[in-house]
Design a protein around this ligand. Structure first.
Ligand code: SDX
Length: 377
């Protein structure tokens, strides 16, 4: 047992474990999944390939990729009882609460011994395949859209858009979504992934670990920032008001969502790629309003606070341009990150160590117990 060291609030810079899944070079602004640079993967890969890479530690062959795509297609349907449960949720429910509740509830209908292997990749594939169906089932009902029918032939990106929007996406829209799914798939020991690993480290099951992760991602300091960036753009309205609004928020020590990062000390490489997609989609849709506002926001926040954009700055504008409702932006983050969460859970199962840090106790240690009758009114 080593003597407790000084407190590292937020576990900042604490190295908790070894992993082969993801490497972040915060000084150089590099992100690597199992040896592959995110810029190469975003330019040339697909979400299916990246999920395979995260789970198996290598890119798939054509046969392995076709098999995974087919499995994803066949694992998209929900048990009828779960569909009925989703249909009973309040239309005003927060979709992250819907997702967390449904993944947790799914475990009741897919008991551990029957699930496609909770400590195997089968459970990971099941959850990765079914999250778009959960989101689509809930959104279609609240929006009065036709019920979701299975579309096993669609890619993960195209199926996600089809599930939410009830239309076949264009090639450009599918590719934009695929790149967003690639970029969000993993990010080393971020808060939600760490939550999943803590849960798995007790030998709890995969569905419980992913339920922990979804609850953690919901927070505005983590996955919830993309929705708040778009709320900020709505609040600002026009480019000429960016300076005034940002300076006001900074003077009140408010956080500007989409900026800053615990690990990156330069631009988040995912923001670089998403900025380009925000521009590309904006031009294709004849709407550069978000892009122009975000570019001005970047200029002012960097000048005033020296902060760089993170993955959440431009992702919301991409989703908004695709016609996705704002309260589904963080759930889409979860639809991608479930690949990384499950990869980390499986890695934890393979090299298990109960995660249990310690606290530096700062309270008293020798108080005498006083019976309640003697404690005054
Ligand atoms: C994600 O960990 C991951 O990998 C996460 C993620 C992933 O893929 O999983 O990358 C996804 O969560 C991205 C981050 C999304 N969140 C936001 O955009 C929310 C806004 N950002 C901040 O809350 C903040 O930057 C954090 C939470 C992301 C990181 O904060 P840290 O590392 O704890 O930094 P800090 O709070 O110690 O701040 C250091 C200084 C402070 O200034 P001083 O008080 O010392 O003067 O920087 C300031 C902070 O006030 N600061 C900000 C700021 N972020 C930091 N000031 C204004 N706006 C901000 N966004």
């Amino acid at each position: 047992m080593t003597e407790p060291t000084e407190v590292q609030r937020g576990l900042e810079d604490v190295v908790a474990l070894e992993s082969r899944i993801c490497f972040i070079d915060g000084k150089q602004g590099r992100l690597i999944y199992d040896g592959y640079d995110i810029r190469d993967l975003a330019a040339r890969s697909t979400f299916e390939e990246v999920a395979y890479l995260l789970w198996y530690g290598q890119l798939p062959t054509r046969t392995q990729l076709d098999d995974l795509s087919a499995r994803f297609g066949n694992l998209r349907t929900l048990p009828d009882e779960v569909v009925r449960a989703i249909d009973a949720f309040p239309a005003a429910a927060n979709p992250m609460d819907v997702l967390r509740t449904t993944v947790s509830g799914l475990a009741l209908f897919e008991p551990e011994e029957t699930r496609p292997g909770t400590s195997s990749i089968g459970g990971a594939q099941r959850l990765t395949a079914v999250i778009p169906t959960i989101l689509g089932q809930f959104h279609r009902r609240r929006a009065g859209l036709p019920p979701l029918v299975p579309r096993p032939e669609l890619s993960s990106a195209a199926y996600l858009l089809y599930a939410l929007l009830n239309r076949e996406p264009s090639e450009l829209e599918s590719r934009a979504t695929d790149v967003a799914l690639i970029l969000h798939a993993d990010h080393e020991l971020n808060a939600s992934t760490f939550a999943a690993r803590v849960t798995a480290s007790t030998l709890s099951d995969l569905y419980s670990a992913i339920t922990s992760a979804i609850g953690t991602l919901k927070g505005p300091l983590h996955g919830g920032a993309n929705e708040r960036v778009m709320e900020l753009l709505e609040q600002i309205g026009t480019v000429d008001l960016v300076e005034e609004v940002v300076k006001g928020k900074l003077s009140r020590h408010e956080r500007i969502m989409g900026f800053g990062h615990r690990v990156y000390k330069v631009e988040d490489p995912r923001a670089t790629i998403l900025r380009e997609w925000s521009r590309k989609l904006g031009e294709a849709k004849g709407n550069l309003r978000y892009y122009d506002l975000l570019r001005k926001l970047e200029e002012v926040v960097h000048r005033e606070k020296g902060l760089y954009p993170n993955v959440d700055l431009y992702s919301g504008s991409v989703y908004a341009l695709l016609g996705i409702p704002r309260d589904l932006f963080t759930p889409i983050f979860a639809a991608s990150r479930v690949a990384g969460w499950t990869a980390h859970v499986l890695e934890e199962y393979q090299d298990l160590r109960l995660i249990r840090p310690t606290a530096k106790y700062v309270g008293p240690t020798d108080l005498k117990y006083v019976p309640i009758a003697e404690r005054g009114a």
